[in-house]
Design a protein. Structure first.
Length: 257
């Protein structure tokens, strides 16, 4: 159940958005979704409510490479109605590179389904502003997408703040909500002003506020450059090519003006 917060106008509205959406969203994305569900489509109700489809299941319209004018020629494909980033030859940067939406958004609610392969690693980014000479993870917050169990079992790094649903390297998930590898998950990101929420399979995983003293301290002690990271109130939605096979579908956004 969502908690409606009452500590300010932005928080109140953010909580209300979450409360209105979470019940319907809880049952999305998993393999037990009813067979008649049409993926990569908007219902008439969603259209009336202002939702926009970011991936139609058949084309890459509306997307391009990070710091590129066109969509990558390799490393990405559309298969069975899914947007697929392929495993590379071992390079963490991937074959095709990260992608971003051509349209930028400020305040919004974003929904997306994802399915991981074993040892899969990717991420969904928001308010991405491209900066020459950078990669996407340096400039924008990331909803981590990961085969958590595999990386924990490796034991080669500290996985705190690096698991699915985390705000990568800054905020750790409050719950464990991932579906098993090979099953679909539904991610949800709500951004309103400086307030942000991450949701995974209907459960709130991360809640934070930009530019507070706490946030500034977290950025200072992270891998990010404070002069580059999350400095813009508007930007693209991005998906990371981290060199691992991950599938996405039902990517849609409701902008808040």
């Amino acid at each position: 159940m969502a908690i409606i917060r009452r500590t300010g106008a932005h928080l109140s509205l953010l909580g209300l958005i979450s409360a209105l959406t979470v019940c319907a969203q809880t049952n999305q994305g998993r393999d037990n979704t009813p067979a008649e569900t049409e993926h990569n489509k908007l219902t008439p109700e969603e259209v009336a409510a202002g939702w926009l489809l970011l991936f139609d299941g058949v084309s890459t319209d509306g997307w391009r490479g990070y710091l590129n004018e066109s969509f990558p020629q390799e490393g990405w494909a559309i298969a069975d109605g899914n947007l697929v980033v392929f495993a590379s030859d071992g390079s963490e940067e991937g074959l095709g590179g990260d992608i971003v939406t051509e349209t930028e958004f400020s305040d919004f609610e974003l929904l997306f389904d994802f399915k991981l392969s074993p040892v899969g690693n990717s991420g969904v980014f928001y308010r991405v502003k491209e900066v020459s000479g950078t990669t996407m993870w340096e400039v924008a917050p990331e909803f981590q997408v990961l085969d958590d169990t595999a990386y924990i079992d490796m034991g080669t790094m500290d996985m705190n703040k690096h698991l699915t649903g985390d705000n990568y390297d800054l905020h750790s998930s409050m719950v464990t909500a991932s579906s098993p590898v090979g099953e679909w998950n539904t991610g949800r990101i709500v951004v309103l002003g400086n307030q942000v929420e991450h949701w995974l399979n209907g459960q709130l995983t991360v809640q934070y506020e930009y530019y507070t003293d706490e946030w500034n301290e977290l950025v200072q002690t992270s891998k990010f450059d404070p002069a580059l990271y999350a400095r813009f109130p508007t930007g693209s939605i991005g998906i990371q090519d981290h060199g691992h096979d991950v599938r996405y579908r039902n990517i849609k956004i409701k902008p808040y003006l």
